[in-house]
Design a protein around this ligand. Structure first.
Ligand SMILES: Cc1cc2nc3c(=O)[nH]c(=O)nc-3n(C[C@H](O)[C@H](O)[C@H](O)COP(=O)(O)OP(=O)(O)OC[C@H]3O[C@@H](n4cnc5c(N)ncnc54)[C@H](O)[C@@H]3O)c2cc1C
Ligand code: SF4
Length: 490
């Protein structure tokens, strides 16, 4: 375990952030590295509790007390091995994970959690800095060919695992660069894109083939998938939820995912031709509708553009910073969260519903009208009621819709392959075998579970890889979380 008395001696410390006025002047990451000794002290706070609830809090089952102890005792290379044994890409989760493990940490019963996510990021960054992370091509090839469709975190995890099992893996990606939402969605100030390139280079050295501009079902005929022994669909849940109210077609009302990828492209020095409609928040009153991660990313990006004002509307009521009574430790609580973008100068409003957008004589957005609402639980759902007399008009020249995603696209590859959908409209795949309704075709990540998290996408990619390997070879040595269950031999 860390240090027996560490949790009593040392306070929680995470990486400091650069001041707001400085960081909003650029799109780079803005945390200050911590010293090795400081990180080792943080590792010492972990008390290796008898039942480490952080394990079950982490969807990957990361071996958290083990790597905390190894960091505390200065055995960083072993800590990296322990971390990589359950997580292909700690450099993604160490920067971007909401860290459900920390909410499940036993310390949080009466103290701040162990800094699990920050330790994770620093283990892997030390691994890269020391040259410990190298290509690990398989010793032998099986001769089996596998197509992974989509290069987000689930596709990358599935590809790396299957390649390690000796299969020949081709990743087909419709975009012009690899990474899925890590590349075109998540802003550079949360994760700079060289972090993806660094990992993809290693995966190429391991023997994985990446083909960009391959839109399966459009530019890459779905029929060609017959050339592969198995297919893993990791195409994400990309259908954006609309807000079908009056004025939604005005110029100035845009989906978050029209706005965010453009900035990632500008940062990558892409020309105007790749941007589509050139959206900017500069000098505009921006209203971001939707309070999740995507909304928060729109806020940080708008502030960096130089918006005149940025407001954020959320339909649900304002949560408290404490755990709600019905969501006790170690469960993930729906509490009020303040992201780094929220710290940068947004006004947040809760219990507010947008009624209509208002345009000028040229069809351009000039405002929007809201009412206050009450939201109460009723019959397993929510009952939303307007508060009479609370209608209000807000000046707004750019409204960004960050209302989430309804599920995967189903009109091309999914329909070509005849894949069944589940009741929520996601690609139906068995909970344990990850096989879809078509034998030999598997699904993982957001395409299967709906809009979710990077840590879940990596977990699904790894689990699906185990099942694909077993399907092809009759057995698999690839790790899996629930080792007691497996597909019958084929
Ligand atoms: C703006 C934003 C911010 C987010 N921030 C966070 C965060 O901070 N932390 C967190 O944990 N999660 C975050 N998420 C959620 C997270 O990004 C996703 O859950 C995760 O990326 C899902 O991974 P995936 O591999 O399943 O799919 P995706 O990352 O969506 O990747 C799917 C890939 O498939 C490709 N594709 C689709 N159809 C085809 C086809 N027919 N042919 C070829 N390629 C195809 C797509 O181009 C895409 O590259 C965020 C999401 C958004 C939108
Ligand atoms: S991947 Fe996320 S949940 Fe798992 S240990 Fe890392 S920060 Fe925690």
């Amino acid at each position: 375990m860390g240090k027996k008395t560490g949790f009593k001696e040392f306070d929680r410390q995470v990486e400091a952030k650069r001041p707001v006025n400085e960081r909003v002047g650029h799109y780079n990451e803005f945390t200050e590295p911590m010293k090795k000794e400081e990180l080792e002290t943080q590792g010492a706070r972990c008390m290796d509790c008898g039942i480490p609830f952080c394990h079950s809090g982490c969807p990957l089952g990361n071996l958290i007390p083990d790597f905390n102890d190894l960091v505390y005792t200065g055995q960083w290379k072993d800590a990296l091995a322990r971390l990589h044994s359950t997580n292909n890409f700690p450099e993604f989760t160490g920067r971007l994970c909401p860290a459900p493990c920390e909410e499940a940490c036993v310390m949080t019963i009466n103290q701040p959690a162990i800094t699990i996510e920050n330790i994770e990021k620093n283990i892997v960054e030390k691994g890269f800095a020391e040259g410990w992370i190298k290509a690990e091509p398989p010793a032998e090839r099986t001769g089996k060919k596998i197509a992974v469709i989509g290069s987000g975190p689930s596709g990358l995890a599935a590809a790396q695992q299957l390649n390690r099992a000796g299969h020949l893996v081709t990743v087909l990606e419709r975009d012009d660069r690899i990474g899925g939402l890590l590349r075109y969605g998540i802003p550079d100030f949360k994760m700079e894109k060289w972090v993806i390139d660094r990992r993809v280079k290693i995966m190429e050295e391991e023997g994985i083939t990446f083909i960009t501009g391959a839109h399966v079902g459009v530019t890459y005929p779905s029929d060609k998938l017959k050339d592969f022994d198995a297919v893993v669909i990791c195409a994400g849940a990309t259908v954006r939820r609309a807000l079908p109210i009056e004025g939604a077609d005005l110029e100035g009302v845009h989906q978050a995912m029209e706005f965010l990828p453009q900035q990632n492209r500008r940062n990558a020095s892409d020309g105007e031709d790749k941007l589509g409609t050139n959206l900017t928040a500069k000098d505009k009153n921006v209203i971001v509708i939707g309070g999740g991660d995507t909304g928060s990313d729109c806020i940080g990006t708008s502030i960096r553009h130089g918006a005149a004002s940025v407001s954020n509307f959320e339909l649900m009521g304002k949560a408290t910073t404490d755990r709600p009574a019905g969501q006790p430790w170690p469960f993930w609580p729906m509490r009020l969260r303040t992201s780094t973008s929220h710290e940068e100068g947004v006004e947040r409003f809760w219990s507010i519903s947008t009624k209509r957008f208002v345009g000028d004589e040229n069809g351009k957005l000039k405002g929007l009208v809201t009412t206050e609402v009450t939201v109460n639980r009723e019959n397993g759902g929510f009952k939303i009621e307007e508060v009479p007399g609370t209608e209000k008009e807000w000046p707004c020249e750019l409204a960004l819709l960050a209302l989430g995603f309804t599920g995967p696209e189903t009109n091309t590859m999914v329909s070509d392959l005849g894949l069944e959908l589940d009741a929520r409209g996601n690609v139906k795949a068995d909970e344990k075998s990850y096989m879809t309704s078509v034998p030999g075709v598997f699904a993982a990540g957001d395409v299967r579970r709906g809009q979710s998290l990077i840590v879940w996408a990596i977990s699904e990619g790894r689990e699906a890889a185990h099942q694909v390997d077993r399907f092809l070879m009759g057995h698999s040595d690839l790790p899996q979380k629930d080792a007691e269950w497996d597909l019958p031999r084929v």
